[in-house]
Write a new protein. Structure first.
Length: 109
């Protein structure tokens, strides 16, 4: 998300935890400026991809990253139950951060 009241790197905030962007907290951008930070992506990946957790789609609540309501598990953000990421976006975001050598991000095992 973009926080118009903030300055500098805090303008860019993770939609899931609200933390501002930093070199130590790289982010992946979805549609319309939505963002997921590396720590939230790690939690989402471990939950949905490794442990098979997550919720099913709910009426009126779509993935904040792709803006779609798709079948399959969704990860719920820790601060707002209406902010969810679908399995496809979690996988796609993991590939993006893995390709960025400077991020140092690796998939949880």
């Amino acid at each position: 998300m973009h926080d118009p009241s903030a300055e500098g790197n805090d303008y860019f905030r993770c939609d899931f935890c609200g933390s501002g962007w930093s070199e130590q907290r790289p982010m992946v951008e979805g549609h319309r400026g939505s963002l997921i930070c590396a720590p939230c992506l790690r939690l989402a990946y471990a939950s949905v991809m490794l442990r098979g957790e997550g919720i099913g789609p709910r009426a009126g609540i779509g993935c904040v990253l792709c803006l779609r309501t798709v079948d399959g598990p969704h990860w719920v953000g820790p601060h707002d139950e209406s902010v969810v990421a679908c399995r496809e976006c979690i996988e796609r975001s993991a590939r993006v951060l893995e390709k960025d050598a400077e991020s140092g991000w690796t998939r949880p095992e």
